[in-house]
Design a binder for this molecule. Structure first.
Ligand SMILES: NC(=O)c1ccc[n+]([C@@H]2O[C@H](COP(=O)([O-])OP(=O)(O)OC[C@H]3O[C@@H](n4cnc5c(N)ncnc54)[C@H](OP(=O)(O)O)[C@@H]3O)[C@@H](O)[C@H]2O)c1
Length: 293
């Protein structure tokens, strides 16, 4: 029987991955591991751990585990390690792959909205401002949020990750570099601000994109609605409605007042699901179907 292990079972992502893997039809045996557990040989391991833990575990598990799916950002930008959203770039996983990185949650919401347009519009510039939920910071941040006097209560905090030498945060640089890698658009411009807001779950983004062509709004809506796990609505959709759902929701589509090559829209999605655990499940499903039939 194929074995699939979850490492970091007690974290926010680990628990959600466990629930997600239960939806898989293909037979497999599930094993779960916490902080001090010994990890045996496995066919697939999903690492739901922070960067330093993933950095230490990957070389240790290399010879014992056939495929590793890492939720952290540790290996996302390493050349030849696929950064995968199964709806967008499943072909980047091959028989030679050992480690697969699952992307940043905010970047996931952005690229889900870009991928359906890629055969019709040449997108050159992307601007977004994020409104990121507390659960995106893991269980420590959620505990902090529920503590009296938390900085995040009824507030917006324009700092996610750490400020780098160039003044951008690590989260903002993920939005730039991970978008380029997933979309295979090495030249695309991405300008962004990432902001944590006092919302418990589901990330949102206000997005503006510029293409070489004039946008046809009805075509854009059709492309979005025919893409898996994406739903456009002319009604307003909020993070509360997106929570617990597998779709990435888009609303408020409009063309720019002055430039028909620019559109503006709003995206909201469950950061723990499509932004993490559901994407992990989809990668595991893909591996089971391709390599363990
Ligand atoms: N939250 C999100 O929306 C989201 C989205 C995309 C990606 N990610 C990424 O996913 C990873 C997990 O995030 P999270 O939000 O689930 O964080 P979290 O709630 O802090 O969970 C991390 C878990 O890792 C466990 N752990 C630490 N060292 C370990 C070890 N040596 N072996 C096994 N488990 C160990 C911790 O155990 P203890 O319980 O004992 O402390 C904890 O349960 C991070 O890299 C994060 O950046 C998160």
């Amino acid at each position: 029987m194929t074995t699939v292990g979850i490492i970091g079972i007690n974290g926010m992502v680990g628990r959600n991955v466990q629930a997600q893997l239960q939806k898989i039809k293909h037979p497999f045996e599930l094993k779960t591991f916490g902080r001090n557990d010994e990890i045996p040989a496995l066919d697939i391991a999903v690492l739901c751990t922070d960067n330093p833990v993933s950095a230490a575990l990957v070389p240790q598990l290399k010879d014992r585990v056939r495929f590793m799916v890492d939720m952290s950002s540790q290996f996302r930008m390493t050349p030849r390690i696929p950064l995968v959203i199964p709806e967008i770039n499943p072909q980047t996983i091959t028989g030679d792959t050992h480690l697969i990185a699952s992307p940043n949650c905010t970047t996931t919401g952005l690229v889900m909205s870009l991928a359906p347009l890629r055969d019709f519009y040449h997108i050159q510039e992307i601007f977004f401002c994020s409104y990121q939920a507390i659960s995106g910071g893991g269980k420590k941040l959620l505990d902090d949020f529920h503590t009296l006097g938390s900085l995040y209560a009824e507030n917006c905090v324009p700092l996610i990750g750490s400020i780098q030498d160039n003044g951008h945060t690590s989260e903002e640089l993920k939005g730039l570099y991970e978008t380029r890698k997933i979309m295979d658009w090495p030249q695309v411009k991405v300008y962004c601000h990432t902001v944590r807001v006092g919302v418990e779950n589901s990330h949102s983004l206000g997005i503006t994109i510029k293409a070489q062509e004039n946008f046809d709004l009805e075509q854009v809506k059709k492309l979005w609605n025919s893409f898996p796990h994406l739903a456009y609505s002319d009604d307003i959709i909020t993070p509360k409605q997106a929570s617990g759902k597998e779709e990435t929701f888009i609303c408020r589509l409009r063309v720019d007042v002055e430039d028909p090559k620019i559109i503006h829209y709003f995206v909201t999605f469950d950061n723990l699901l499509k932004g993490a655990a559901m994407n992990g499940r989809q990668i595991v499903e893909l591996l089971l179907e391709r390599f363990f039939k």
